[in-house]
Design a protein around this ligand. Structure first.
Ligand code: HEC
Ligand code: HEC
Length: 221
């Protein structure tokens, strides 16, 4: 009995300190989370710069920015591409290269891109589109069973690095649009987390997707 009590107390203590840690430095990874080495990662990304930029800021609206994206999300997606679970014609060109790397290398690549600041975009100044994007992103649409995006991607779009929910702030419009459509058509289906986005995007119209993409592209803190 005494033993269990001690166990219970120490567990509560651990929980309490974790909660305190999260509370005090919101969005930063706790020290216990494995983290890659950005220095090593910098040696592994020569073949990526043509599309994703030297420091993770892509030049085409169709190609995702990786700068400031959280490590956990990047690491998971890189494994999906390497293992053929997430498919894309352009990423296919580096799939054999990714297959030659160890998990540890992928984590280093993730750390490399995560170290850069998020790059801000500029939303189109279309009043109707902006109003709809703001409404949907912040409050969702109960009738259509669309939850508020803020719940997981946060008010300013930084996402949640502990949970590995991606940052969407300043992301390229073309990429945001095609991602939401790829979830909607269930073409993007790598990993369990993709199911969350499949069900959320199911009821979005093309116009609502345009509005959300425009809003997220212009989001910043
Ligand atoms: C020829 C262009 C091209 C090259 C080279 C390329 N990528 Fe990509 N990358 C893309 C495109 C396009 C996507 C979006 C795929 C999609 O829509 O599913 C993408 C997606 C990604 C994603 C997922 C981003 C997200 O937000 O989900 C990561 C991570 C990534 N690339 C890393 C890399 C790394 C690391 C390399 C180098 C080893 C690389 N890419 C090389 C074009 C490229
Ligand atoms: C319950 C949590 C949750 C909610 C609510 C949510 N998302 Fe997501 N979102 C995720 C997760 C987790 C992923 C990563 C899924 C994966 O691995 O494919 C994601 C991925 C995305 C991506 C792809 C990012 C990239 O870099 O490829 C976009 C875009 C996105 N969400 C937009 C939205 C929008 C818009 C809303 C609101 C209508 C929303 N999300 C609501 C959890 C959520």
């Amino acid at each position: 009995m005494k033993f269990f009590l001690i166990l219970f107390i120490s567990f509560s203590f651990i929980n309490f300190s974790i909660a305190a840690e999260i509370g005090s430095k919101e969005m930063k990874m706790p020290k216990t989370f494995i983290s890659g080495d950005p220095e090593k990662g910098s040696q592994l990304v020569d073949s990526c710069a043509a599309c994703h930029g030297q420091s993770g800021v892509s030049i085409s609206s169709e190609w995702p920015k990786l700068a400031g994206q959280n490590q956990r999300y990047l690491y998971e997606q890189l494994k999906y591409f390497r293992d053929g679970e997430r498919m894309n014609a352009l990423m296919m060109s580096v799939t054999p290269y990714l297959q030659s790397l160890k998990d540890e290398d992928l984590l280093d690549i993730a750390a490399f891109y995560a170290q850069y600041p998020i790059s801000i975009g500029q939303a189109k100044n279309d009043e109707e589109l902006l109003a709809l994007g703001t409404q949907l992103y912040r409050f969702g649409n109960m009738k259509k069973q669309i939850p508020a995006c803020t719940a997981c991607h946060s008010v300013y779009g930084q996402g949640n690095s502990l949970a590995g929910y991606p940052s969407v702030a300043g992301q390229q419009i073309g990429y945001l649009t095609s991602s939401l459509k790829a979830y909607r058509s269930k073409e993007r289906n790598a990993g369990e987390s993709s199911l969350i986005m499949q069900s959320i995007s199911e009821n979005l119209t093309d116009y609502e997707i345009d509005a959300l993409a425009n809003y997220m592209h212009g989001l910043y803190k």
